[in-house]
Design a protein around this ligand. Sequence first.
Ligand SMILES: [Ca+2]
Ligand SMILES: [Ca+2]
Length: 155
Amino acid sequence: MYTSIYIKNVFLHVFLLLQTLFLLTTDKSFQQGWVYFGSSLYFISSTKLPWLQSRDDCQQRGADLVIINSKEEQNFMGKFHRLTWIGLTHKAETMKWNWVDGTLLTESYWGQGEPNGHTTRNITCVEIRFFQQENSWNDIRCYEQNFWICEKNAL
Ligand SMILES: [Ca+2]
Ligand SMILES: [Ca+2]
């Protein structure tokens, strides 16, 4: 009786170990995957983080959170079918939307009724939320957790 429970436990542990190894391996290969589009390379995360930590991750990969410069690039964002951070935040001091490279927002793709939260004192960040539609942006608190998209120059 005890022996059989012991053996079951050993099998369970071996199974969990193999599963962990498998997940680590697949996650690693996924992390190495960058996708070409236009003149940029894009990386989509496989985990969720708050906006600031997402940006840190991009910078460690020699990139930054994605800056959407064109309608084509905006449409490309929808192809990932995930709620993702983009490199856009609203700063209460300036009351303006800023891209991570310091440029101001000119061409925007807000979802219906958005942005609706930027009057709060907190810094507000932007996610791709309504990814089936071209106007897919939503403003949301930066400490929420999301997948994220990094962009770097393909050259
Ligand atoms: Ca871009
Ligand atoms: Ca919102």
